[in-house]
Write a protein that binds this ligand. Structure first.
Ligand SMILES: Cc1cc2nc3c(=O)[nH]c(=O)nc-3n(C[C@H](O)[C@H](O)[C@H](O)COP(=O)(O)OP(=O)(O)OC[C@H]3O[C@@H](n4cnc5c(N)ncnc54)[C@H](O)[C@@H]3O)c2cc1C
Length: 323
């Protein structure tokens, strides 16, 4: 019998880490295909038109990104030059449990006029991506649902990767039993801006909220939309019914910001695995049986980490396999 042809690396997950991994493989001349279960790339860099059919998108996942790595800085500069990314702010508000407000300066936060998802879509230009493709199992070989591959990459939160890995694969123990925290993002749309301008506020020690961002401010279009991220505790209570988080989030945002109007519309999005409970030191994993693991679970959980993890893994695979 003819042995199955292994002519490409299969990357499961079309978030920024999977797409960055595919980009690095492609740059090294290694054939690669990304398999993404959603109908679009982006993962947790999620933006969608809200309310449905609206002209402007709302960022429902990552609030912003920061830049330290030289390679990531070069990529972001290209996005900035083409108007895809914009420096947003280096100063955010903070609300403490005792009710006091302060401002906190830090690294430059970046946003995207077309929503953060647009950046992943741009990175995926020229890469073969199969969307609407839900992977059920990664098997020894390695293979994805019976399709043999030169190597397989799982670019996703550890609990999602753990579900796919055959018990005989060495990657299994690396992602087993790693706790991740949930978040429910709630978008609040108003007829006009009914709050004193602020880019975003960390909400410290609050039972329901972690962060509130001015979505129109970060994208630069002035849309009268706030996006609130719940605390993990609040999210856990509504994982089966994310809309149940809307009322407590609206009440908390209204009180914190002193709003005198109710939102005209709201939308809730559940992130069952928003961020890992603890960071890792390693940038990625690549086992001898040619299964790679990358994403923001490798390093500190943020957009830049996910890009870097995927990029480094892609380079490592390109140096190890010949498809
Ligand atoms: C609410 C929230 C706020 C955040 N705020 C910030 C912030 O302010 N700054 C910051 O830097 N970062 C932030 N982050 C984190 C940032 O979004 C992530 O670090 C980054 O997007 C992770 O990218 P990734 O590629 O590792 O994973 P993901 O984006 O999760 O990509 C994984 C992909 O795998 C796909 N997938 C999963 N299972 C399968 C399967 N079986 N078959 C096929 N495809 C599959 C998923 O659909 C998804 O597209 C935030 C995240 C959330 C959720």
């Amino acid at each position: 019998m003819t042995p199955p042809v292994r002519n490409e690396v299969l990357v499961v997950g079309g978030g920024i880490s999977g797409v960055a991994c595919a980009r690095a493989l492609d740059a090294a001349g290694t054939p690669v295909r990304v398999l993404e279960r959603s109908h679009r790339v982006g993962g947790r860099m999620a933006s969608r038109p809200l309310p449905a059919g609206a002209e402007h998108v709302v960022d429902l996942g990552a609030a912003y990104f920061t830049v330290r790595d030289e390679g990531f800085a070069a990529l972001v500069e290209g996005w900035r030059a083409r108007g895809l990314a914009r420096p947003w702010t280096d100063t955010l508000a903070a609300h403490d449990a005792d009710g006091t407000w302060s401002s906190t300066s830090g690294p430059q936060r970046w946003a995207a006029p077309g929503g953060l998802r647009s950046l992943v879509a741009d990175l995926a230009e020229g890469i073969t991506v199969s969307t609407g493709h839900t992977v059920g199992a990664v098997e020894p070989g390695p293979a994805v649902d019976g399709i043999p591959a030169c190597a397989v990459v799982l670019a996703m939160p550890d609990p999602q990767a753990a579900r796919l890995l055959h018990p005989a694969l060495r990657a299994g123990p690396l992602v087993a039993d790693r706790a991740w925290n949930p978040v429910i993002s709630v978008a609040l749309g108003y007829g006009h801006r009914v709050w004193t301008p602020f880019p975003a506020a960390f909400v410290n020690g609050h039972p329901d909220l972690d962060l509130i961002a001015d979505d129109g401010d970060r994208r630069g279009d002035g849309a009268p939309v706030l996006v609130a991220h719940t605390s993990a505790e609040r999210a856990r209570r509504h994982l089966d019914d994310p809309d149940g988080a809307i009322a407590p989030v609206v009440a908390a945002a209204t009180e914190l910001l002193g709003l005198e109007q109710a939102p005209a519309w709201t939308h809730a999005h559940r992130w069952s695995y928003a961020s890992p409970a603890a960071p890792r030191d390693d940038d990625f994993a690549l086992t001898d049986d040619l299964v790679g693991l990358c994403g923001d679970g490798w390093g500190s959980p943020k957009v830049e980490t996910a890009w870097r993890s995927g990029t480094l893994l892609g380079r490592a695979i390109a140096g190890r396999v010949a498809c």
